[in-house]
Design a binder for this molecule. Structure first.
Ligand code: NAP
Length: 262
């Protein structure tokens, strides 16, 4: 007679913006799936016309996900994105920044050979974009909110061939901390998930990436690689009320690899 009470999802009716879905292997897609499972309303963005159809198809599979164009290096795109979200008339609760880029040759040759243009491009797309996205998102987070970015161990340790991307991730992590400090008084939390290596389009650009996967599976405390769903569930935690006391943090979701010395 007395059934179980209705259990709402952890993100029921939360309004979430997810940047960085390129295909179904993208970490952002795993996060979008987990956010939908928990009841979030989603806006996904794609970088250029080339990706539009693919991202619209994925949004269709997720159900109730809106798709908008946004190249994070284009201030006009960001402004337009902010305007569309503002017209919703409801607060923005969560942002997932799952974006990075470096020239393929900078992920294969010696770091000392990195060109100034390659260095700046990697930092612009992979680190500065968190600042630019936060600037449009924060005014829409009128009830507080959660901004989440994706980083990697290569920010603080030398990982072969990660090169300029490691330096950009170090910048991204510092940006995350400054944003957390500045936006905290408005109830906006900013955190990073440091994901273990996962085979995605971006990861494939790194020379000898499969050797990184093999090393982690062999040496990580859990003796395996990281599943995208594990990263997504930590993003759910950070976006939800369960994460309300956590800001300015880097949460490692890497089967424990980061604690190992050798
Ligand atoms: P992914 O599927 O290739 O995602 C990277 C995304 O960045 C793509 O959607 C890409 O769009 C987007 N992007 C690049 N330049 C952009 C721009 N100017 N404007 C808008 N979007 C842009 O690879 P992923 O592995 O899921 O990467 C997501 C995040 O996780 C990245 O920050 C990455 O560094 C981080 N991460 C990945 C791993 C891993 O092993 N996979 C580990 C730790 C951290 P297009 O494809 O359309 O260019």
């Amino acid at each position: 007679m007395f059934g179980f009470p209705f259990m709402p999802g952890l993100l029921e009716a939360k309004n979430a913006l997810i940047l960085g879905v390129a295909n179904r292997w993208s970490l952002a897609y795993a996060i979008a799936e987990a956010f939908r499972r928990e009841g979030a309303l989603l806006t996904l963005t794609y970088q250029g016309e080339r990706q539009r159809q693919a991202v619209e198809n994925l949004a269709g599979e997720l159900g109730k996900a809106r798709v908008l164009a946004c190249d994070v290096t284009q201030p006009d795109d960001l402004e337009r994105l902010g305007q569309v979200l503002a017209r919703d008339g409801r607060p923005l609760d969560a942002v997932v920044h799952s974006i990075a880029f470096a020239q393929r040759e900078d992920l294969a040759r010696p770091f000392v050979e990195t060109s100034e243009a390659g260095f700046l491009l990697a930092h612009r797309v992979s680190a500065y974009s968190l600042v630019a996205v936060s600037r449009i998102a924060a005014p829409l987070m009128t009830q507080g909110g959660s901004i989440i970015t994706l980083t990697y161990l290569g920010a603080t340790r030398v990982v072969p061939n990660y090169n300029v991307m490691g330096v950009a991730k170090a910048s991204l992590e510092a940006c995350m901390r400054y944003l957390a400090s500045e936006l905290g008084p408005r109830g906006i939390r900013v955190n990073a998930i440091s994901a273990g290596p996962v085979k995605t389009a971006s990861a494939r650009a790194i020379k000898d990436f499969s050797a990184v996967l093999d090393t982690v599976a062999e040496r990580a405390p859990l003796r395996r690689n990281t599943e995208p769903g594990e990263i997504a569930d930590v993003a759910v935690f950070l976006a939800s009320n369960l994460g309300r006391g956590v800001t300015g943090n880097i949460l490692f979701v890497d089967a424990g690899y980061q604690i190992m010395g050798l």
